[in-house]
Design a protein around this ligand. Sequence first.
Ligand SMILES: C[S@@+](CC[C@H](N)C(=O)[O-])C[C@H]1O[C@@H](n2cnc3c(N)ncnc32)[C@H](O)[C@@H]1O
Length: 363
Amino acid sequence: MFVNRSDSEQLNKIRQEVNKQASIDTIIDLCQSISQQVTDEQLPLTYAGILLASGQRIADSIRVLKLCVDRTFSHVLADYLVENQDFAPAAKAFQETTPYDVWTQTDLYKSQMTGTLKAIASFARKNPPPAANLCPTIIDIGSGNGILIVEIVKQILALYPLESIHIISIEQSPEMLAVTQKYCQESISIPVVFTPICCKIQEITTQQLEIIRQYHPIWFMNASLSLHHMPKEIKIPTMKMLAGLSAYCSISEAHYNHDLPEKDTPELIYSVTESYGFVIQDVLNSRASEIDKKLCIDNFLLTEAINILKNDRQNRGDYHALISEWEEIAEQGSWAVVEITPTVSLPERPFAFTMELKSKTLN
Ligand SMILES: C[S@@+](CC[C@H](N)C(=O)[O-])C[C@H]1O[C@@H](n2cnc3c(N)ncnc32)[C@H](O)[C@@H]1O
């Protein structure tokens, strides 16, 4: 997920030429000469293609991206630009559930979910529900289409014969929240008390917190692929606030470098194109229909990637961070890190992970 310093210096020469509005032939020549000197020989063309797209030089971007034959992200983005003639997201992420539903059927999502469920089962075995509480409360932050929280409850029921369960779902999208509520109530075999709280977790109000406090002690919180939607400086106070709500939290995240690097840097563009390229390839390999694949890629994955690449840091939308960054955020946010478990691993690094946390505020 890192570009070494010498590769970064080489790639920055391309940025200077693009900023100077150099001709496309000059840029391609420069990329081809730099490709001999960097670790990843197709990165210079990918890097130039993204910078050109960000500068709305769409025809030039398409020409360059089409030269990166082996890179999923480059050729998928080239096709998108040909069709849309604009480097702009096709949708607002999570406004409708279908693009996310398609992704939750992929092998990658299923592996990530299996890893998360194993980690939560291991936590639940060690930490039973609060004593004599036959309807324990759990909080799910950013529930998406609800598929994960339903599976979490099924895992818990395999361990403890609960009479009912109370789920507090904190989700910023009213559409996703409604789908989660319906799915929980239809798919869980015991009575479910469901408390929907529609807000961004970092903007939760005092009144909404009061509702949650009525149900203390909260057994645990789960935040899977949802806390990366804010920058590090907001993640830390948000984690501090969460440390006052429950003694335990499980977070699952992707090990990407999308928080600290500035716009247009080789580090950011490398991380976005590699990580989203990998996820997009998994969608392309899936058994979904061609229409569904396109919807998932255009309205969810490319939508997120374009927002990260095109906007200034404060408007990026997604701020996936590296494991070491999450460890620091947890510590500074009043949590002790109990265990980190990779959920999806690539040959040379983890791709996604879960982190079990214990509150330093509530003991
Ligand atoms: C990638 S999905 C994860 C869904 C589910 N947790 C899972 O693992 O399948 C992220 C979800 O978090 C929600 N979300 C994004 N930012 C949020 C925030 N700041 N607070 C609460 N929910 C958020 C999105 O609307 C979306 O439904």
